[in-house]
Design a protein around this ligand. Sequence first.
Ligand SMILES: [Zn+2]
Length: 480
Amino acid sequence: MSGVGVVVAEGRVVEIGELPSLRTRWQHAEVLDLTGCILMPGLINAHQHGRGLSQIQIGHHDLPLETWVAQRRARGILDAYPLAKLTALNMLANGVTTAVQANFAFGSGDYEQEFRDQCRGYDEAGIRVTMCLGAMDRGGSVYPPHEACFMAGLPLETRAMLANASTGAYAGNGQATVALMGRLLGEFENHPRIRLCYGPAGPQWVTDELFGTLAKDAADKGLGMHMHALESPIQRKAMGELYPEGVFKRLESLGAMNERTVVAHCVWANEEDADVLARTGATVVRNPGCNLRLSNGIAPIARYMAQGVRVAIGTDNHTLSDDEDLLSELRLASYLARDPEWKGSPAPQVDDLLAMATVNGAVAAQFPGEIGEIRKGMRADLVAFSLDTTREPYLDNDMPLLEAFLARARGGDTRLTMVEGRILFRDGKFTSASFNAIVDEAAEAARKARRPKDSANIKMAADLRTRIHDHYRHYASQSQ
Ligand SMILES: [Zn+2]
């Protein structure tokens, strides 16, 4: 559509129509000329962690997931606030208007403060965010049911370091997590841009009891649940041991599977798992770059879609190009879904891909029907991308513009990012936030966290990583 305008007032889309008639009726409105651009609903990054600086930038190698996570133990505590704010600004500059902040603990020992610091960072940046209140109560060393055996083989001091690794990372048990949710809701319930949900880390890290407690409170309060599951081949194997009937069937019996449930990564869902996802209305978030980089493989989203599963897209702050370019990740997801078998599930089409980054993302972000579309009454989260990259110097008339856009556009083509009716980024500049100042603050936070408080932890962490690697190599080679 061209020659069309969108009227925004008080944070909402109030009218869409032909330009001449809008101009007559809204004579005093400020007019933004977006000639040469495509105007879209703001993109939704449905899974990321507010990392700000990439893991490569802070010195963490790409490794298989289980050993990659263990690298953090050799470092000090990062400061959540500048990192969340920097992530938000980077996302805004790439056309993202809403982000889901998945569970993440910095390990300071004060999770509530970390969570509030992240909220402040996102709020100051002006982005819309869904904050997942994390929880875990097992699997702090290796996945169950092999934790006790693994811990018994560790030196005493390493065991002491890990003793608190599960429950200590977040608010504590189910009761403590529910109490913290109550406090946070008291503060954020009426915030126009911040929404809360539960973020149980993932089935291998959460007992049935904790899942059940969070699921009940989520149902009572109408909250969503966002978890990691079936991310790595090792997790697939662990799920077979822990949940012989199927992990999502068990979660369903605990009340944790419904249309507000979001499963990030989900690389290894078999047909039965995907059937439960489809039947219960849960959403899968595809993280293609991260899954490739951490040796987790390729999620078969063409099959998931054919089975009726809703699929969204996220960067996990760990994309193919180590940036926050969600459009490029969407492209990667699209290409990786192309089955070499002629009889395989059909690859996602233009509409499917756009839905992943908009309407499906809105469901994953717990804002269904409020964002993800440009419609009268919706929240005014809009983004304009320049079409220069897409169609210069020539684009054949036979090529549909959206197909070309998805094949060629980049996050860097963003010309305008608006959240809740507020312009936050325009023509390469942030309108209120100082990008350079927050970059400096984030870099300083990373510099300070280069070394743990206790230098003995570096040696201990290196030894632990070797042991974790050996444990999983042995585990992977065992038949079940
Ligand atoms: Zn993640």
